[in-house]
Design a protein around this ligand. Structure first.
Ligand code: ADP
Ligand code: ADP
Ligand code: ZN
Length: 214
């Protein structure tokens, strides 16, 4: 099963993908995490991506598509994956369709997680991420049990450089212009399901699971 979580920055894609991947035994493929891994390792791709991420704009399609295709070719993705943050443009969506077709596979469901802009900004500016396992916390909505440490692995929590209010607003504009058209794209393909993302984390999860286990 190949599932894509579609939603603006801060919608809860990473939070939900983390749990869904474990529950459904699927790989979690997060393009933003892949870029940040590259940056941590000091690769050329990481440095290139950073120059875009810092400004809140998208990394060019060609580079992003090549990186995700390489990830999808790995053994753990052969039985399925939860895609989180990819595709983000129509060109990426077309490339993904082609890549899956070559593997004799297809996107089964696209879950569109809807959250208001005001709540997105609130979530992004209070977000803390685990350096070790990438789990996402929030200073008021999902505080870690021990300040500064990940509940799951004890790793150190940090705030992303692009989670400032200013860069978050830029990312929301980019989402509305370049990514929101995917709602129509997948709607026409008949795989889109809308999810109300403005509920508690557990309720969003149960809505997602009920669609996927149907
Ligand atoms: P969020 O979870 O807040 O939406 P991500 O971690 O998915 O953020 O993405 C952070 C940044 O990484 C984006 O602002 C963009 O610069 C880059 N990025 C991630 N995924 C893609 C993609 N599919 N295409 C282009 N750029 C991407
Ligand atoms: P995305 O990957 O879509 O950018 P995240 O999963 O990182 O979003 O979530 C953004 C922030 O909002 C995090 O701080 C997370 O703890 C918090 N969050 C996620 N889902 C919810 C929710 N349903 N209600 C309140 N806060 C949430
Ligand atoms: Zn952790």
């Amino acid at each position: 099963m190949y599932v894509m979580l579609l939603g603006a920055p801060g919608a809860g894609k990473g939070t939900q993908a983390h749990v869904l991947a474990e529950k459904l035994d699927l790989a979690h493929v997060a393009s933003g995490d892949l870029f940040r891994d590259n940056l941590k390792q000091g690769t050329e791709l990481g440095l290139l991506a950073k120059s875009y991420m810092d400004r809140g704009v998208l990394v060019p399609d060609e580079v992003t598509i090549a990186m995700v295709k390489e990830r999808l070719a790995k053994p753990d993705c052969q039985q399925g994956a939860i895609l989180d943050g990819f595709p983000r443009t129509i060109e990426q969506a077309r490339a993904l369709d082609d890549a899956l077709k070559e593997m004799d596979k297809k996107i089964d469901k696209v879950l569109s997680i809807d959250v208001s802009e005001q709540e997105l900004i609130r979530r992004l500016s209070g977000r803390w991420i685990c350096r070790n396992c990438q789990a996402s916390f929030h200073e008021s909505s999902r505080p870690p049990k021990k300040a500064g440490a990940c509940d799951e692995c004890g790793g150190e929590l940090y705030q992303r450089a692009d989670d400032t209010v200013e860069t978050a607003r830029k990312r929301l504009d980019v989402y509305n212009e370049q990514t929101a058209p995917l709602i129509d794209y997948y709607g026409q393909a008949g795989v889109l399901v809308d999810i109300n993302g403005e509920q508690d984390i557990e309720l969003v999860l149960s809505d997602l699971l009920s669609v996927l286990q149907r």
